[in-house]
Design a protein around this ligand. Structure first.
Ligand code: UDX
Length: 430
């Protein structure tokens, strides 16, 4: 089938590649000429494992191409996915201006029956608004169209795996014809399909992300209690993971959640609930706990080192999680900013992120190696759980540090082994 993807950001590009992989003929549309040129040349404008080779493969097989020509793209395709950004407004709500612009353009150029699908994370009621925006652009038109919600659940760093093997596919809409058409796109995927109305589909996405964020804040709170009681949070997490009602995932205590989704989506759900006079107080606490988490680490550093002024601290990891170069809402940055405000000298290491692209300070040095970042430091903080940090020769690292104190902000290293190696090792709740 022919599918148009509007918006070639992270979700749009991944969606385009996955549909091409499923054998569909896909067009990616964006107004950003430089992005389109890059993509047509087989290059991604973001870092995501596995997508680069898939892009080259489908460009070569002519299953995929990218364009800036809105009119032609819309006229030639009858299934149109909206994958543009919905950034957070100052009140926490999702900004729908890009979605509205796209809906207007679709309204302008629609020439026959179209199914318009929202993939972007959008508040409850957006599908209805999109319907209105499309219709408003040409009120005289008798050409029918349907709007369907088909939210995306992929994780950065695992986008391909998540998109090709989803736990479920959610399709929300009121037209059986449109739902059947969207369902048929996924016929080669072995995943349960949940069909509902568009409002429920939109709420499913926010509820899922907020629930996962809640699990993280919950385990982080328990971890702080573990610190007081001298109990290992890992033992506790292990003990509850095996309860199938709780489940094994998203119970790793650490510096808190970041990224482009959880903080934004929890804020948007809170905003919707306030607007509808429903008190989602549990989610307010989820946010408070998460925002405080990097400062818990600072407090631990201060307890260990005394005044932080003039100290040198190495920070390992800048991305909000491993497998991505995304630093949006990364707890590592909250930590670094606070250290800088306390006149700490900071050395950083990250396998893909360059701090100078995001933060300009003479107090920060970026190092290519972990040993480099550890040299002459009073403490090291591990802030992103990059797999390669598991393979480090820590004895080598210890030799170059001023004092062998390491704070594992992701609880990823083997505490006993680090202690045996002579480190003063601390984690969150261990
Ligand atoms: C999330 C959702 O998982 C995905 O379904 C949705 O489509 C987009 O938002 P993503 O933001 O890519 O995906 O990252 P995710 O792997 O969910 O991690 C989010 C944050 O939570 C990261 O900062 C991560 O380090 C943190 N996290 C995750 C924890 O602190 N502990 C955990 O146990 C799991």
């Amino acid at each position: 089938m022919n599918i148009l993807i509007i918006g070639t950001g992270y979700v749009g590009t991944t969606t385009a590649l996955v549909f091409a992989e499923l054998g569909h003929q896909v067009t990616g549309l964006d107004k950003d000429v430089s992005k389109i040129e890059l993509l047509n040349n087989g290059r991604l404008h973001f870092f995501e494992p596995g997508l680069g080779s898939l892009l080259k493969k489908h460009l070569e097989q002519n299953l995929l191409h990218f364009t800036t020509d809105q009119e032609n793209a819309i006229k030639r395709n009858d299934i149109i996915y909206i994958c543009v950004g919905t950034p957070r407004d100052s009140d926490g709500s999702a900004n729908l201006s890009y979605v509205e612009q796209v809906a207007n353009v679709i309204g302008k150029y629609r020439n026959r029956y179209k199914v318009v699908v929202t993939k972007s994370t959008v508040p409850v009621g957006t599908a209805e608004k999109v319907h209105q925006w499309i219709a408003d652009d040409n009120p005289e038109s008798q050409i029918p169209f349907d709007v369907v919600s088909n939210p995306e659940f992929l994780r950065e760093g695992n986008a391909l795996e998540d998109a090709l093997h989803p736990d479920r596919i959610v399709i929300g809409g009121s037209s059986q014809k449109a739902i059947n058409l969207i369902r048929s796109l996924y016929q080669n995927m072995h995943a349960p399909i949940i069909v509902t109305n568009s409002r429920a589909a939109e709420l499913i996405k926010y509820t899922a992300n907020s629930f996962l964020a809640m699990k993280i804040s919950y385990i982080n709170e328990i971890a702080k209690l573990c610190d007081k009681l001298d109990i290992s949070i890992e033992d506790v997490a292990q003990g509850i993971r095996s309860d199938h009602r709780i489940g094994p995932h998203f119970l790793n205590a650490g510096m808190g959640y970041g990224g482009s989704c959880f903080p934004k989506d929890v804020a948007a759900l809170l905003e919707v609930s306030k607007r509808n006079q429903v008190n989602l107080s549990i989610l307010e606490k989820v946010v408070t706990v998460n925002e405080a988490q990097p400062f818990y680490l600072i407090q631990k550093l201060s307890e260990k080192l005394g005044s932080l002024k003039g100290k040198k601290i190495g920070v390992l990891g800048l991305a909000f999680k491993p497998g991505t170069d995304d630093v949006r809402e990364s707890p590592a940055f909250v930590l670094i900013q606070d250290l800088l405000s306390k006149n700490v000298k900071v050395s950083v290491h990250d396998p893909v992120v360059k701090i100078a692209d995001h933060l300009d300070s003479h107090q920060i040095v970026q190092c290519d190696s972990i040993v480099g970042a550890a040299r002459n430091t009073d403490a090291l903080v591990l802030s992103t759980n990059w797999e390669q940090y598991l393979k480090v020769d820590w004895l080598n690292v210890k030799r170059v540090m001023k004092t062998p104190y390491i704070f594992d902000g992701r609880n990823m290293l083997d505490a006993q082994k680090m202690k045996n190696d002579g480190f003063d090792y601390e984690g969150i709740g261990c």
